[in-house]
Design a protein around this ligand. Structure first.
Ligand code: NAD
Length: 491
């Protein structure tokens, strides 16, 4: 088996202890890659390398155009190497190859292109002041960024963090999820080939608690922590970061509500609703896992929805016909299975789907479960949707908002006023109307409640990955002279 090494200070290295672990291909259920197992020592070396590259290296001193050219070159190389990058994610976590090659890799490359251009074209504010002074804003790189990523969209979510951090002149230590290290290592190699100076992008592999992940979050030399993963992990990271007052951006779990009103165009609502819960085998933070349907169309909707779900092809994710692969790991499969096994005891009924072979869970539709059932309240992170009826708009909004999460919600209606009214009333970072998953990288992305702290995307990423600075200067003879005594300063 090939070794997946760390990347520290521009060198591909093993851990000082020589320790390794392996990742398992969830379709074959066999180990397929040997991975360097990092610990405190690797976190320390990687942060030191990133610190040196930030403090003494050329990266933050380069112009936006020069840095941007390197990031564009990296994007070109990623597209050239789509097949390897896509296969790495597919083998690591079972994502269908058509998704990893057709969506995740191109989108990851476009993360670099977008943030490179966004930084180059960004403007600051000029604030002419009546007093004969002039203030303007500068956005200076924050320093060393620790980026901690999950396994469900490995390359895509890693680049969503790395790209803006690098474009704004920071240096980065990336810790991919332990189940999905392979594409990150290929990315690191491509970054060096694109001309990224050593130490600008460092990658360390290993686990979170009491391991390399935790060590990164506790390191006082780290200036920003950007994390995507479970809400429980986010709480631990926020606690660790608090000790050093390190700013954190937390993108966490979700339990997305999907509201289908009786006036919806079902030709639109059904396929989007299927996609919303079953793409990536439901392992999507944004999954529309709570489906609320207005009673007059419940029967017709359910019939069409279960039929479409039943047509999805499960199987080997390397096969181009497969639409749902296995779940990402044995541990995760057992977690999802425990939800499926508990549905009847919780008062629900499996209308379609259920467990498949190996670590496959077929598209599963649950009806009759009370809102208090575990499957209705907790994030399953698998292809399992609960369907409930509603009778009024107010009831639909109340059901949708009855969750500690608030990442996203969807609604299907042809009533324009309702679309605006309900979008405003929903507790969520993103609301989609008559569509799902459509993203503009300039838009804020993040959640409320247990779904997150902060927003990333466009200028929101700039705010997180930079230190905004106000520069105030006297520009005219009208500016009052310096006072002779001590001054009172206004905050
Ligand atoms: P996870 O929280 O288990 O792990 C995420 C990362 O954190 C991994 O790299 C892990 O090693 C690391 N980690 C774990 N404990 C740590 C600690 N104490 N200190 C530092 N690092 C630690 O999450 P996961 O299972 O990989 O991902 C699934 C979760 O991610 C789901 O809840 C999903 O909703 C969420 N998610 C959210 C978004 C979003 O944008 N909001 C996107 C994708 C996934």
């Amino acid at each position: 088996m090939e070794l997946v090494p760390h990347l520290i200070a521009g060198e591909e290295v093993e851990s000082t202890s020589g320790a390794r672990f392996h990742t398992v291909d969830p379709w074959t259920r066999e180990a397929w890659a040997d991975v360097a197992l990092g610990g405190e020592s690797e976190a320390d070396r990687a942060v030191a390398a990133a610190r040196r590259a930030f403090d003494d290296g050329p990266w933050r001193r380069m112009g936006f155009a020069e840095r941007g050219a390197i990031l564009h070159r990296l994007a070109d190389l990623m597209i050239e190497h789509t097949a390897e990058l896509a296969m790495a994610d597919t083998r690591d976590m079972g994502k269908p190859i058509t998704d990893s090659a057709g969506h995740d890799v191109p989108r990851s490359a476009s993360n670099f292109r977008f943030f490179a251009d966004h930084a180059r074209l960004a403007t600051g504010e000029a604030l002419p002041m009546d007093s004969g002074h002039h203030a303007y804003t500068r956005f200076e790189p924050a320093g060393v960024v620790a980026a901690i990523a999950p396994w469900n969209f490995p390359l895509m979510l890693e680049t969503w963090k790395i790209a803006p951090a690098l474009a704004w002149g920071n240096t980065v230590v990336l810790k991919p999820a332990e189940d999905t290290p392979s594409s990150a290592s290929l990315l690191g190699r491509l970054a060096l080939r694109a001309g990224m100076p050593p130490g600008v992008l460092n990658i360390v592999h290993g686990f979170g608690p009491d391991s390399v992940g935790q060590a990164l979050t506790e390191d006082p030399r780290v200036d920003r922590i950007t994390f995507t993963g479970e809400s429980a992990t986010g709480r631990l990271i926020a606690r660790a970061a608090a000790a050093n007052l390190t700013p954190v951006s937390l993108e966490m779990g979700g339990k997305g509500a999907n509201l289908v009103f009786a006036d919806a165009d079902l030709d639109t609502a059904v396929p989007w609703s299927v996609r919303a819960i079953f793409s990536n085998a439901g392992q999507v933070c944004l999954a529309g896992s709570r489906l609320y349907v207005e009673r007059p169309v419940l029967e017709e909707f359910l019939e069409r929805f279960t039929a479409a779900a039943g047509e999805l092809r499960t199987g080997d994710p390397k096969d181009h016909d497969t639409q749902l692969g296995p779940l990402a790991s044995e541990e995760h499969y057992k977690k999802v299975r425990s939800f499926v096994d508990g549905i009847e005891a919780d008062g629900g009924r499996v209308l379609a789907g259920g467990l498949g072979d190996g670590w496959v869970v077929r598209p599963t539709v649950v009806v009759g479960a009370p809102s208090s059932a575990r499957v209705c309240r907790e994030e399953v992170f698998g292809p399992v949707v609960v369907v409930q009826p509603f009778d009024t708009e107010a009831e639909a909004v109340a059901l949708a908002n009855d969750t500690p999460y608030g990442l996203n919600a969807m609604l299907f209606t042809q009533n324009l006023s309702r679309a605006h009214r309900v979008s405003a009333a929903l507790k969520a970072g993103t609301v989609w109307t008559n569509c799902f998953f459509i993203r503009d990288l300039r838009a804020p992305f993040g959640g409320v409640g247990d779904s997150g702290i902060g927003r990333e995307g466009g200028q929101f990423s700039r705010e997180f990955f930079t230190e905004p600075k106000a520069v105030v200067m006297a520009i005219s003879d009208d500016a009052p002279p310096a006072p002779s005594g001590p001054t009172r300063s206004a905050p």
